[in-house]
Design a protein around this ligand. Structure first.
Ligand code: ZN
Ligand code: ZN
Length: 192
């Protein structure tokens, strides 16, 4: 995680390449009907890179139930994708084509902290996707959030969705840390 995602329209055969999971850099995915493209909206200016439109937070696409893990793996049948922004003739399909190193996110402390106090789809999906492993291993959510340079939300998030590929990679990443340092992230353990 992050992952490179390729969309594909079975009607017009076109598609776009976007990234999911890089919440310090992206507010989320947006289906721009002016540009007729699926795009990442940057946290930097919040605007569509093609036309400059600034989508409202609830206009971003919650991809979490539609985008599978690498090789199409998913523990349930993925949701039907959104309508193709080019031809509007069919639902987009998503292929998860590449995995980037988690350090792209964990190493971006300044980018992460610049988002504190903001609630948006990409960050909410990441936050929600930490909870399966927090619950499974009884970790302290404050320590996990501190590790990822996340702020503790003070209100319900814009979405409650968990992304399977993002949760899977967070789990792998945290379990490697716990193997090296069994007290890391443990409830009640002194801060690391
Ligand atoms: Zn199409
Ligand atoms: Zn646009």
């Amino acid at each position: 995680m992050p992952y490179q995602i390729q969309s594909h329209c079975p009607a017009c055969q076109a598609g776009d390449s976007v990234v999911i999971g890089n919440w310090p850099e992206h507010l989320g995915l947006y289906l721009c009907l002016s540009c007729r493209q699926l795009v990442n909206i940057p946290t930097r200016d919040g605007k569509c890179p093609g036309c400059g439109y600034e989508p409202r937070p609830d206009e971003l696409y919650d991809y979490s139930r539609a985008i599978p893990y690498l090789g199409g793996q998913m523990p349930y049948t993925p949701d039907t994708g959104p309508v193709c922004p080019r031809c509007e003739g069919a639902a987009l399909q998503f292929h998860n084509t590449a995995h980037y190193n988690m350090m792209m996110v964990v190493g971006n402390e300044a980018g992460a902290k610049a988002t504190w106090g903001r609630d948006y789809v990409e960050k909410a999906i990441f936050m929600n996707s930490t909870f399966p492993v927090i619950q499974e291993h009884r970790l302290d959510p404050r320590k996990v959030f501190a590790y990822f340079h996340l702020d503790m939300p003070s209100a319900p998030l814009i979405t409650r969705s968990v992304s399977y590929p993002i949760a899977l990679d967070i789990r792998t990443h945290l379990l490697i840390h716990i193997t090296m340092n069994p007290a890391a992230f443990r409830e009640g353990a002194p801060p690391q």
